[in-house]
Structures are given as structure tokens and as C-alpha cells.
Write a protein of this length. Sequence first.
Length: 288
Amino acid sequence: MPPVIFAHRGSSGTYAEHTRAAYLQALADGADGVECDVHLTRDEQLVCIHDTTVDRTTSGSGRVADHTLEELRGLDVCSWKGASIPADYGGPSEQFLTLADLILLLRRAGRPVRLAIELKHPSPFGLRLEDALIAFLMDEGWDPESSMLGTIEVSFMSFNPDSMRQLAESAPSHMLCQLVSDMKPQEVRAALRFGPLTEGALITVMRRALKEGEQLVNRHQVGMVGPGMRYTRTHRGRVRRWVRDGVRVRVWTVNSVEDALYLAELGVQEMTTDYPARIRAALEGERG
């Protein structure tokens, strides 16, 4: 079977990440699924945004957790990208998405779609983030045994092993994806906006999470693993062993044809990319 293609924060290479336009483009690009990151707002609403702060991707500033949903909806979330959004993808005021907004968009896709939800940690809400997500999904009609929400297949991802353990109480293990990375502390700080953690504390957190996460995968307590592209090249033998042992491997972020073909040769089953149309074309061309 060809690898499953997930659109990373939507088709975020084309439109601003996590926006309505990015997800509609992902569906148009033929992505098998989409990936999103979730945080809780001050009024405990689940919203789609990557960083713990709004500074990088909106016209606002400060922590997501310090804003209400109404305040977040009032921010400009797409101008920073510099991409003109087609009228049929909605106006600027319609681009910010809650998780409920995204699920409604996927329900209207007219075909089965996979949804990979990453729970962002550290969170000021702790593991209440996981509880809020499960409660929300149950209210939407999610089936815990199959992890289906109508025609949407839901999987869960986190770098935090505690998040995986918490979710395992409600979700099937084959829908849990432990994320792993060899990223350097300063790169993680920049990417995830951890804030004022000291470098020493950050390294300790990362090492613990990586070790425990790998153990969850090796013991088959989770059915999926999500290594970064760098990790996959550094630990080629380990990734190949996971594939051989029946673990589903979902690699991020696969944006070059060279990387996609390398992963296909390794037997990687799932790829997350900012450019789903490009990666699908590359893989289909290889099969042809």
C-alpha cells in the first residue's frame, strides 16, 4: 500500500498554518488526512494553534491560555504568510479555527478523512488538556473502540509520554502516536515556544520524554511512533525494526521528494508534509 499522506497543519506550505484555507487546500490536494495541534484557551476551548503563544502566527501577543476564544477570533492569523486566500476559502475573519470548526470542515469533505491531533505540552492546564479533548470528542459522537467520528478516523499524538498514558485510558492503543525527536534544545525552544525554561531543565525534560517514549513504542503500549526526519536518518536501523515489528511509523515533516523516496524505501507507512500534493505526486511517480 502507498504511504498515507497527512497535511501538516493543513497545506501549510501554501497558506498560513492551521487556517481554514490551509485545511481546505489539503483536501483539494488529495491528502489522506490532516494534522493539527490543540491548546486550551482561557475559557477552556480547544483551538488549533501550534505555539503556546500567539506571537508568531497572529497579529496578537501573549499566551494562548491567557486569551478567550472570542479574543483569538479577533486576531489576524493569515497576513504573516503573505498568501492571497481565494474567496471560496473564506474571508480573513473566518480563518481562525477551533477543533470543532475543523471537524465540521472535515465532515463536509464528502470522503473519509484521517485527523491526527497533537496535544501540546507543557500546557498550563497539564493533563486536563487530554481530558478536555476526550470529553469534547465524546460529545461529538466519537467511538472510543474504533476511534471513528463518523467518517473521520482520529489519532492522537504527543511528545509527552504522560499524555500517551492518559489517552490510553480512553483511546485504542493503535491510535496513539508517540512523537520522538533528536532536535537540539535551542531548536525545540524556538519551535515550540517553551518560554523561560532554562536550557538544563529543557534538556532534562527532552531526555526523559525521549527515553520513556521509545519504551512505550518498544513495549507496544502505543501502536504508532512519530519520528522527525532527522531522527529517521540518524536511527535508520531502529525505524526499520519498528516497521518490521508492526509499529506504524508516521514521519514529520517530509517536504522534499528525496526525503519521501528515502522513507518509502524504508517502508514507512505514513508521512506528514506541508506540501501534500508534491509528496503524493513524487510517490505516485515512483510507483509508476
